[in-house]
Structures are given as structure tokens and as C-alpha cells.
Design a protein around this ligand. Structure first.
Ligand code: SF4
Length: 518
């Protein structure tokens, strides 16, 4: 999961080299997308006056990577930006996006997602086209193939960048690249492109703003939260399989390239967990869907109460994502809603930290109990998902240490049993607690009275969608199963390597400290 943004205005209205507004807007937009990736951040701008790209990218949070000086250097009327959550490749500097090439023409790209068959495509790229890859990032393969398809085997000429050629290039990508991907690119001397895989697995939205001088500016981004913050009017979701192009005169072109029979399957987890509550995905408010998830969970809890299995006194969220679901469940059950855990905002989200050690530290640091709301209570605790189960176990233990009598955990998703290969770095399926144990065993192991999960039909009702990707819950991968085994093995190897590298770095740092303090 990553956050992407692209800003494009007309080249005519761009002032001399001091114009850096597109990059500044990309920076501000990235701040609102920080929850989608915290490993690294980058912005690339294109200045049609100087015919130059300008770039800044580094490991760290958006606010750590950028300052006023480096943003002012990113001139140009177009810019793309990225917040990285490392999936393919590792967490090294060379894999940070945007990625850029100067030949056979200037092209920079960012993406959110995973290309499942990118290793095979990378081999073909180096063997057949003799391109030298400089990163392990799957986007680099897509970037080179898109430029290759655009030229159609010819040298760059004046018609290379026609919208027809871009459609052909993007159709070829859709034909050959399997997985989930939302892509934004800057094409030198041409404009900004954006496209979304034919299944629409990862989100991408389009916004428009009319300036005082009459110029229209466009913003393409992962979530509407960025559009709202930057003052763009939401136009629509970019459709699965749609190509958007904004030329240097600020004109918008679009084409639907996916075959109509391709099922549209946006990721259910965007509503459950990933997206900001204030965003709207596929016409459904994330906040409202989370309320409805809470209502569905409330219905299941009510059945358990009526059957005499549980008797909660209060409903309590695991902050922050589950708050709206807990409010709705409490409403349905006629029980008080209470906040018994307060989140330290300065600790990263535990699920998207990279190593088990980091995740366990994060759980320990990030939640503080309010004893007065916990002591002596039977608590219906609401969480959005249970991955390895270690976080749930620790939270339940924390509540018990603070005097909770009994805890029932309500989960606003079905059990997670399969890997995600479309941009979310779920662990090896062998590490998912729902694969190891029955629901009753999970509750026993975690110290809870009972676990209540939603099922797939609850998700469909809550998101008002008949078709969604729920592959991590049901193993039905919309983009096909071929390549999945190879991709899973590759990710496992990368995870082991990253973890070993991190442990080695931590050991070196620890040793350094000991030596300094000796
Ligand atoms: S497998 Fe799960 S997390 Fe991945 S895209 Fe599908 S629903 Fe989303």
C-alpha cells in the first residue's frame, strides 16, 4: 500500500523558473496520504520552460524528507509524489519512487500496488530489450515497457506522444501486467498520464479546480482526502482500466481500455482499514462503510447476547480505525460506548511496520489504558482486523491488567487466511493466526471470552458492493492465480533478507552505542 498524487496545470500559465506550486501541492497532498506508507517519500516535477525534471526523494516521513528549500527547487507546472510502504524490493534508497528515465524520452512514474509477474517481465526486458534495471522495484519494469510500447519499436518522433499511442501502450500494459496497480506518470514535453489496472484493485480518484485566472488544474490521487485538503472538486473515481492524460495545455483526455467482461474488484480492505475515514472510495464514504461494518457486527453480537454467550457492559474501540464501527455497534446494542485505550499518535501503525520486533514494540508504546473505563467491565472490544493475533493478545492482556472482567473481540472483517499480492504486505500465510487455529482456539489463546468475525456477505452489505477483492479472506484472486506461487516465494525471500538486514543494522547500532558509552 502506498499513496500517490499527481498535479497538472497548463504550461502557458506557469511563470518563470520560480513556479513550484505543483510540487508544493503534491507535498501537501502527500501529508494527507502519510497513512498509506511511512517508509519513504518522493516528489518529481517537470518544468516545460527549462525542459527539465527536478526530484527529491528519501527514506522517512513526508515532513522529514521535505523542507521549504528543497520544495522550491522542484519547479514546473506538473508534479507527481509518492509515500512508500515497501512491498516488492526492499526498503533501500534505490527503490524509492518516483522512478525516472531520460531515454528514449523523459518519463517519471509513481505507483501503488504490486505487479505479480514482474520478475518474468524483468527477465524479458533485460534479455529481449537489453534494458539495465537499476532497482528491484516492479514499477521500473512497467515504466520501461510503457515507454517501449508507446514508441511501438520506432525512434521518438513528433507523433510519438499522441493520445492514441498512449492508449495502445496502456492496453499492452493491461494485457501483459498482472496484479493491482494505480499509476501516475509525467511525460517530458507532453503531459501527465494516469491509469488503473482493469480490476481496479487499488484506488485512484480525479479532481479539478478552476483558478482565478480561468486555468483548470487537475489532481489525480489515491484518496479524496487529498483532493479535499487541496481544494480540488472531486470529479470521479478513475475507472478500472481507464487511461487519463492531461496535456501541457491543461486539456483532459480519457479512454476506457479494459474489456467490459473484466470483473471490477476494488480492495475491500481500503474501507476496512487502509483509507482515511474522511475519504470516499468508489462512491462509498469510508466513514459510513465503517459505521455499517459496526452495525453488522452489532447484529452478530446481539445474537450472541440473546443466546446467553456474552454479556457486555460497554463497547470499546481499538483506536483509531475501529472507532466508527464501535459507535455503530454500541448504538445497535443500546450499550454505552467508551474509550478505554488512547493512542500515541507518534508511533507508526503496527501492522505496516516491517519486522515482528518493531510491531511488538509499537503495540507496547502506542496504547495507553484509561483504568476508570476498563476496571470491572465486560468489554465488547472492536478491532478492524486480526493478522498474526499478537497485537490482539497484547491488547486483551493490557485490558485485563487494568481490571477488565471479560473481553469479547469483535472484528470488522472475516478471518484473514491468505496472502495479498496486490500491494499489501500481509505476512506469510503460515503466520496468519486464522490459519493456525479455529476461531474458538484463537479466543482461548488470546485470553478472550469469544471472537466475533464478520463474514463476506456483511462486507458486501456494508460497502454496498456486489463485487470486491476479498482474496486475503477467501483465496479468490481476481487477477488470476498464475504467478502467485512464484511471487509469494519471492516476497518470502525478500522479507527474510530485509529482516536480516534490519537485525544486522540494529546490532551494529547497539554495538556502536556500547562502545561510545564504554
Ligand atoms: S487480497 Fe485483501 S488486501 Fe489485497 S487487494 Fe484483495 S482485499 Fe485488498
Amino acid at each position: 500500500m502506498c499513496g500517490v498524487i499527481g498535479i497538472a496545470g497548463s504550461a502557458k500559465s506557469a511563470k518563470s523558473g520560480a513556479e513550484y506550486r505543483a510540487a508544493y501541492e503534491a507535498y501537501r497532498g502527500l501529508l494527507t496520504l502519510q497513512h498509506r506508507g511511512q517508509d519513504a517519500a518522493g516528489i518529481l516535477s517537470y518544468d516545460d520552460l527549462s525542459k527539465m525534471f527536478y526530484q527529491k526523494r528519501d527514506l522517512g516521513l513526508v515532513a522529514q524528507v521535505f523542507d521549504r528549500d528543497n520544495i522550491e527547487n522542484l519547479t514546473g507546472q506538473m508534479a507527481i509524489g509518492h509515500t512508500r510502504y515497501a512491498t516488492t524490493g526492499g526498503n533501500s534508497r534505490r527503490d524509492i519512487q518516483p522512478l525516472l528515465t531520460g531515454a528514449p524520452f523523459g518519463l517519471g512514474m509513481v505507483h501503488n500496488g504490486n505487479i505479480v509477474n514482474h520478475k518474468m517481465l524483468a527477465q524479458k526486458l533485460t534479455a529481449d530489450l537489453k534494458r539495465q534495471l537499476l532497482t528491484e522495484n516492479d514499477l521500473e519494469v512497467l515504466l520501461y515497457y510503457w515507454s517501449h510500447y508507446l514508441l511501438g519499436g520506432r525512434d521518438v518522433h513528433k507523433d510519438s506522444f499522441s493520445f492514441e499511442n498512449m492508449q495502445r501502450a496502456t492496453e499492452m500494459i493491461f494485457e501483459n501486467f498482472r496484479g493491482g496497480y494505480a499509476v501516475i506518470g509525467l511525460v517530458a514535453q507532453s503531459g501527465m498520464v494516469a491509469f488503473r489496472d482493469p480490476h481496479g484493485l487499488r484506488p485512484l480518484v480525479l479532481g479539478r479546480r478552476t483558478e482565478e485566472n480561468g486555468e483548470t488544474r487537475y489532481c489525480v490521487t489515491s484518496e479524496t482526502v487529498a483532493l479535499n485538503y487541496l481544494g480540488y472538486d472531486f470529479m470521479r473515481d478513475i475507472r478500472p482500466g481507464e487511461l487519463i492524460f492531461i496535456d501541457l495545455d491543461g486539456r483532459l483526455h480519457s479512454a476506457d481500455l479494459a474489456e467490459s467482461r473484466t470483473p471490477k474488484t476494488p480492495c475491500a480492505f481500503e474501507w476496512i482499514y487502509f483509507s482515511a475515514a474522511e475519504s470516499t472510495i468508489e462512491k462509498e464514504s469510508v466513514y459510513k462503510v465503517r459505521l455499517r461494518l459496526g452495525t453488522q457486527l452489532g447484529i452478530k453480537a446481539r445474537a450472541a447476547i440473546e443466546a446467553g454467550e456474552i454479556s457486555p457492559d460497554v463497547v470499546m474501540p481499538v483506536p483509531d480505525t475501529s472507532r466508527s464501527a464501535a459507535i455503530a455497534a454500541a448504538d445497535l446494542l443500546g450499550l454505552p460506548y467508551r474509550e478505554g485505550l488512547i493512542k500515541n499518535r507518534y508511533v507508526h501503525r503496527s501492522f505496516i511496520l516491517n519486522t515482528q520486533e518493531e510491531r511488538e514494540d509499537a503495540v507496547h508504546l502506542k496504547l495507553s489504558p484509561i483504568k476508570s473505563e476498563i476496571e470491572g467491565k465486560n468489554i465488547l472490544l472492536i478491532d478492524d482486523s486480526v493478522v498474526r493475533g499478537t497485537t490482539s493478545k497484547r491488547i486483551i492482556s493490557l485490558l485485563k491488567k487494568n481490571g477488565a472482567k471479560e473481553i469479547v473481540l469483535g472484528v470488522t472483517s472475516p478471518p484473514l487466511r491468505y496472502g495479498c499480492f496486490y500491494g499489501i504486505d500481509f505476512p506469510d500465510p503460515a503466520e496468519l493466526v486464522a490459519n493456525e487455529k479455529t476461531v474458538e482456539d484463537i479466543a482461548d489463546w488470546a485470553g478472550a471470552r469469544k471472537f466475533i468475525y464478520l463474514d463476506e456477505s456483511d462486507l458486501k452489505i456494508a460497502a454496498a458492493k456486489s463485487s470486491m477483492c476479498m482474496a486475503c479472506m477467501n483465496g479468490k484472486y481476481p487477477a488470476g492465480k498464475e504467478d502467485i506461487a512464484a511471487f509469494a516465494a519471492q516476497r518470502k525471500a525478500e522479507r527474510l533478507r530485509n529482516s536480516a538486514e534490519k537485525t544486522a543494522t540494529a546490532k551494529t547500532e547497539k554495538k556502536g552505542k556500547k562502545e561510545r558509552y564504554a
